[in-house]
Ligand binder design. Sequence first.
Ligand code: BES
Ligand code: ZN
Ligand code: ZN
Length: 487
Amino acid sequence: MNIKTTKKNINDILLTDYDVMIIPCHKGIPLFPCIFNKLTTKKNNIKKILKKRNYSGEKDEKIHLINTFETDVILISCGKVINNSSLENAFAIGVREAIKNNYKNLLVFSDINYTNLNNYESYIIRGSIWGSYRFDNFKTNKKLSIILNIAHEKSSLNQINFGLIQGKILHKIADLANSPANFATPSYIGKYAKKLVKKGFEVEVLKEKELKEKKCGGILSVAHGSINEPNLVILKKIAKNNISPIIIVGKTVTFDSGGISLKPSKDLGWMRYDKCGGMAVLGLMEILSHLNTNRTIIGILGIAENMPGGKATKPGDIITSHNGKTIEILNTDAEGRLILADALSIASKFNPEYIIDIATLTGAVISTLGNSAAGILGNDKKLINSLQKSGIETDEKLWELPIYKDFIDDMKSDFADLSNMSKSGNAGTATAAAFLSSFVSDKVAWAHIDIAGMAWRTKNSDIQDAGATLFGIRLILNWLLKNSIIK
Ligand code: BES
Ligand code: ZN
Ligand code: ZN
């Protein structure tokens, strides 16, 4: 895909230069007054056409106007409310619709006439670029060849560039997230992270030897059955001040077979997406590298492959995690929490103000919230509320579940400090979070986001193909920006 940007007044744009233009609508009215005039001065009156077609302006409603104006037009409704995320989604849907209809030379105009919004241009661009994403790295026929033309007049260059940067990073991270486990191995992801040194990060990649030295028994036990050694990545964007850091931790299991507690083979191929928490952290950090941040931000990825094998951890084995607590492993499929136990213990040592972890942790969250929201749990109501608010703003919903003392008790083992399975077998998402709470200092505001139902889609939808959604990147970025946690 080729992206071209031009600064031009809409009236100076020669529409015949393009195959199709994507236009967002609100209540059935196109959101560019000038293009509206331009289109309506012709013999075809856009308002009349929409009326004739009974265009009601419902959410995501699409309409194609072909051979009506100098260029074909795809109108997408933003639904009842216009905000940054409804605009972003409308453009993603519009671009997908254009590609589906074999248009090659697409035009997007990034200024709209809607005074209640500002800094929306980067969302229009991020959405348009996300809509053009295809995962075809492993197809022998060539990549989709389209030109995405972004024209703008009033938009600030900062906004344009921020949208472009984010869109391109989302593509790269989606390529990594969608890559199968025989390519995206722990060391492959470790190497990707290492390259971020060039973008101003301090990067540590701890391998088996260093993990042994640091007594990270959790992540090591997960990787035992695999020929691929684990990597624990610590990415630091350092601000030279004493403000306590913010840490984002991601579960990055490149393939979760379940280990000795082997999963059934049906749908097992999707378990390559068990790395998506880490993918969100990586994408977020790479975007942050393009911003001036006024405090230190640390991203941690615990990367391992969970496989059965002669050396694999067995149910009943007891390990010691980085913070010294012992864990009886009763089910090797509950591996994410073992990795997070080490990663959260490491995170706690930096004395952060906030720790947010993001993980495809439990099947139970899918039983609870389906594919409509991620679960959020933690020890700080304010943090949870502000993340939920951010989730509404970015259309990535978070629903809170409780961590009751009962759940903490439920995770105690008869033979070690903790067990990785609850005794009751109930409240799978909350007992997993209760387990994690043992590895976070009470002094730190901590939130755990369980994205098992949100990290990927098994079917194509209006907004994207089947595959990684990159849930969490937009949400946490928005949280950092809106709460002035970073500038
Ligand atoms: N990676 C899975 C959770 C998962 C399941 C994510 C389905 C996405 C879709 C996790 O490692 C796991 O297997 N959890 C177990 C825990 C159980 C054994 C206590 C689960 O949820 O079944
Ligand atoms: Zn598992
Ligand atoms: Zn897993």
